[in-house]
Design a protein around this ligand. Structure first.
Ligand code: PLP
Length: 381
């Protein structure tokens, strides 16, 4: 099979994986019940805890981000349990679907896509509805390019007898997440976005308060039963089922790179690249999809101008080898999304903006001002 190895991946996941992380996958396969594996696994979990900024129990599971979302809900929710799902896009909606799949009752707080949830409304909904077992929110709604105020929502949720579940799949390692400070009871993430590791692993943190609920919950499911993961980790520093050993090597190196850069520096880099991208897009005369106050620093969503559609992405991909994402659900054909997360840097942003300018011209779009010049200005500051 022929693979084009010359693609610049500007997706909001999976993202560019640095060579040292890819190379780590070629380390020898080792037995997952061996002492070496336990050491590797514990080391990786400890590093992930530092990135989550938590003392809570943390697990690495074989599966994509959705498996950790599923794990969060299936260990908490039994038939008839109420969960408040904050929905600001496709992934917020996914949490509510998972709740319903486990026969829970999803109370939906729906926000217009492209905007963020209002923490005051979360408070009202918690006051209006009794016995809400958990609140879910997506930090960075990858489908819209808008983020939620997870720290502020955490302050609201703390005053209620409910669990706070946060999806940081496209923010951990890019935007600022602090599990302990934000009172997050269960936090989930995926390997293939801001962590800049290959797809296939997910992370989840579990607070003491969450364990109390999990212990009492009717057992639902088998593979993702958190109690089994806890038992194996405590006793052996292992997972109950065969893990993706070589992906753990890769994640370990990817986490080293994050800790070496430092979380604050990493967030600042993401902020700077987001500003350069977003200002360049606006200078060209294109419109951003997410509301200004809610704009993500890891992904930018852009409205297609009149008469332009996914043909733009096709030109970027086929002619310039730059891969950007389209819209999801009702936004398909209406927006496109540029990921600037993980190890993405100035050169990737400048290449993307330059080729976007060329592709737009090819499609007859009249560029207002040079996006490249604008990006250079922002990055040169
Ligand atoms: N949550 C968010 C915010 C995401 O962006 C994604 C994937 O794009 C997911 C959850 C689901 O992750 P996965 O596709 O790895 O299952």
């Amino acid at each position: 099979m022929k693979i084009n190895t010359n693609k610049l991946l500007m997706l909001p996941g999976p993202t560019i994986v640095p060579p040292e992380v890819l190379n780590a996958m070629s380390f020898p396969v080792i037995g997952h019940r061996s002492k070496e594996f336990s050491e590797l696994f514990e080391d990786t979990v400890e590093k992930l805890k530092k990135v989550f900024i938590t003392e809570n129990d943390t697990f690495i599971i074989t599966g994509s981000g959705t498996s950790a979302m599923d794990m969060a809900i299936s260990n908490i929710v039994s038939k008839g349990d109420k969960v408040l799902n904050i929905i600001t896009g496709n992934f917020g909606e996914r949490f509510s679907k998972i709740v319903e799949a486990y026969k829970g009752e999803s109370i939906k707080y729906e926000v217009e896509w492209g905007d963020m949830a209002d923490p005051k409304r979360v408070k009202e909904l918690l006051e209006e509805n009794e016995e809400i077992k958990a609140v879910t929110v997506v930090h960075n709604e990858t489908s819209t390019g808008a983020k939620n105020l997870i720290e502020e929502i955490g302050k609201v949720v703390k005053d209620f007898n409910t669990l706070y579940i946060v999806d940081t799949v496209s923010s951990l390692g890019g935007d600022y997440v602090n599990v302990d400070k934000f009172n997050i009871d269960i936090c989930v993430t995926g390997s293939q976005k801001c962590l800049a590791a290959p797809p296939g692993l997910a992370g989840i943190t579990v607070s003491e308060k969450a364990w109390e609920v999990i212990e009492k919950n009717d057992k639902v499911g088998f593979y993702l039963d958190l109690k089994t993961y806890k038992k194996y980790y405590e006793e052996k520093r292992q997972n109950p089922y065969t893990p993706a050993v070589n992906l753990i090597y890769a994640l370990n190196v990817a986490l080293d790179l994050i800790l070496e850069e430092g979380i604050e520096n990493r967030v600042k880099r993401h902020e700077r690249l987001a500003r350069a991208t977003q200002e360049a897009i606006m200078a060209m005369g294109l419109e951003l999809f997410a509301k200004e106050k809610a704009r993500s620093i890891t992904v930018t969503s852009i409205k297609y101008p009149e008469g332009i559609d996914d043909k733009l992405r096709e030109i970027l991909n086929k002619k310039y080898n730059i891969v950007v994402a389209g819209g999801q659900k009702h936004l398909s054909g209406k927006i496109f999304r540029i990921g600037h997360m993980g190890v993405c840097g100035e050169k990737e942003i400048l290449a993307t903006i330059s080729c976007l300018e060329l592709a737009l011209k090819e499609l007859g779009f009249e560029i207002k001002e040079s996006g490249v010049e604008r990006a250079l200005e922002v990055l040169g500051k």
